[in-house]
Design a protein around this ligand. Structure first.
Ligand SMILES: Cc1ncc(COP(=O)(O)O)c(C=O)c1O
Length: 453
């Protein structure tokens, strides 16, 4: 595929100049960034104004699960805009009802009521609010090595350095260690040990915090940004049992892992676990129009049958976003996108990454499933010392910066977080596209290898 527009560096320079003058970017020191001016995107690719094309191994921020500009979703948004571009949330609107029905039909167990938000953080905020009101308790337990969003409660729940600047220390959040065998907080050497010790640690934490003070435990089903740590067998079922024992609401955050990313509609299906609340966003409509939500169990929904739910959003269930969700889900069914994601993981990405790990001294571990993979880059495979220190910046982060630059030079846009690169292409990327990206990754890893010792 080639860019649909001729290179136009002058137009690119104008886009860049206006951006630098007026756009205030997320998570950035404004004076130190140099955002690429993007001229267009289609499928798994995007391109700039200078004629450079990139294969997107990031799916944006892991959300364009059906790639860019899917014609059926674009058409559905256009059609909805012509029919009813917006309508307030208190009314029943056909496309909103249909989106809720299609989502509820795919969520596990009895998660049959959908509260719509504009994105993932708001979904987490509302899930926590529901859990607190349902239980009459305040504390929420969340994991280190997690990301739950950037609004007040969500960022306080987050277990990574992005929390530090906004940490109120008083949001009723208690953090614990979730399992991660490669860098085990529990000195475990097998998955069974890691699972059992992580569960014991969680139960001990609950005992010392006071079970009657804890409203919810929130976990990403498969933690995403923090490193794609697929939980060991038995862990999530164990968390479910602990929640049941103490009357704690189990919240699974599937904002990143949901909607096909792991090769199932929802990652919870891999573990046969049904949470009480499940948050989603991103892949629900591939982010074509902002949308997120909370899928709610019958029991928690019943809490708000006679008692008003004290939360809402002007754009809850926005018709354009819902039309995009209905069309996206239909496309995913018709084009067997979820099955394709599972196939890519099992037969293409997984085997290829394991082969890369054998050849490259910088690849300490490969882990993942579906189109949701992480390469843990190390200075030394024996010691597992990360290629760059935790939360490194500037010179200390130079090896990862060099790796990223090499990938981009080879036409691959890589996902990089700390000492990891994630392989998270669109769920409907073709085998040929994925192989092209893996070849570019292979070359870029040779640059990372130069920093091993
Ligand atoms: C697991 C998880 N939860 C919540 C969020 C926050 O979503 P949003 O950025 O749409 O608010 C993210 C975003 O990456 C996420 O990965």
């Amino acid at each position: 595929m080639t860019p649909h527009v001729e290179p136009d560096p002058q137009a690119g320079a104008a886009v860049k100049a206006a951006d630098r003058a007026h756009v205030f970017h997320s998570w950035s020191a404004q004076g130190l960034i140099d955002p690429l001016a993007v001229a267009g995107a289609e499928g798994s690719y995007f391109w700039d104004y200078d004629g450079n094309r990139y294969l997107d191994f990031t799916s944006g921020l892991v959300y364009t699960n059906i790639g860019y500009q899917h014609p059926k979703v674009v058409a559905a948004i256009q059609e909805q805009a012509g029919k009813l571009a917006t309508f307030a949330p208190a009314f029943a609107v056909d496309v909103r009802s249909e989106a809720a029905r299609l989502i509820a039909e795919r969520t596990p167990g009895d998660l049959d009521k959908i509260f719509f938000t504009n994105g993932g953080a708001e979904a987490v905020e509302n899930a926590v609010r529901m859990a607190r009101l349902h239980t009459g308790r305040h504390k929420v337990l969340s994991a280190f090595r997690s990301y739950h969003g950037a609004t007040s409660t969500a960022i306080n729940l987050t277990g990574d350095p992005r929390r530090w600047a906004s940490d109120t220390g008083s949001a009723g959040v208690v953090r614990f260690w979730a399992p991660f065998l490669y860098r085990s907080p529990f000195y475990a050497t097998t998955e069974a040990e890691e699972s059992a010790r992580a569960l014991q640690h969680l139960e001990d934490t609950i005992a010392f915090e006071g079970p009657a003070t804890i409203a919810a435990i929130i976990l990403e089903t498969v933690p995403g940004t923090a490193g794609i740590m697929t939980p060991p067998p038995g862990y999530l079922a164990g968390v479910r049992a602990i929640c049941d024992k103490y009357g704690i609401v189990m919240v699974l955050d599937e904002v990143m892992a949901g909607f096909g990313r792991t090769g199932k509609w929802f990652a919870a299906e891999h573990f046969d676990v049904v949470p009480d609340l499940m948050t989603f966003a991103k892949g629900v409509n591939s982010g074509y129009v902002p949308l997120g939500g909370v899928a709610i169990s019958a029991e928690i929904a019943a809490t708000f049958d006679k008692r008003p739910y004290p939360g809402g959003l002007t754009y809850s269930g926005h018709p354009l976003a819902c039309a995009a969700a209905v069309a996206t889900i239909q496309v995913m069914e018709d084009e067997k996108v979820v099955e394709h994601a599972a196939h890519l993981g099992e037969n293409v990405i997984g085997p290829a990454l394991r082969e890369l790990a054998e050849r490259h001294p910088s690849v300490g571990e490969v882990r993942g499933l579906g189109v949701f993979w992480a390469l843990d880059l190390v200075r030394n495979k024996e010691t597992r010392e990360p290629l760059v220190p935790y939360n490194a910046a500037g010179e200390a982060n130079a090896p990862m910066a060099a790796f990223g630059a090499a990938a981009k030079k080879n036409g691959l846009w890589p996902f990089i977080n700390m000492n990891r690169t994630h392989v998270v292409p669109a769920c409907n990327a073709s085998e040929a596209e994925v192989k092209e990206g893996l070849a570019a990754l292979d070359a870029a890893l040779s640059v990372a290898d130069e920093h091993t010792a």
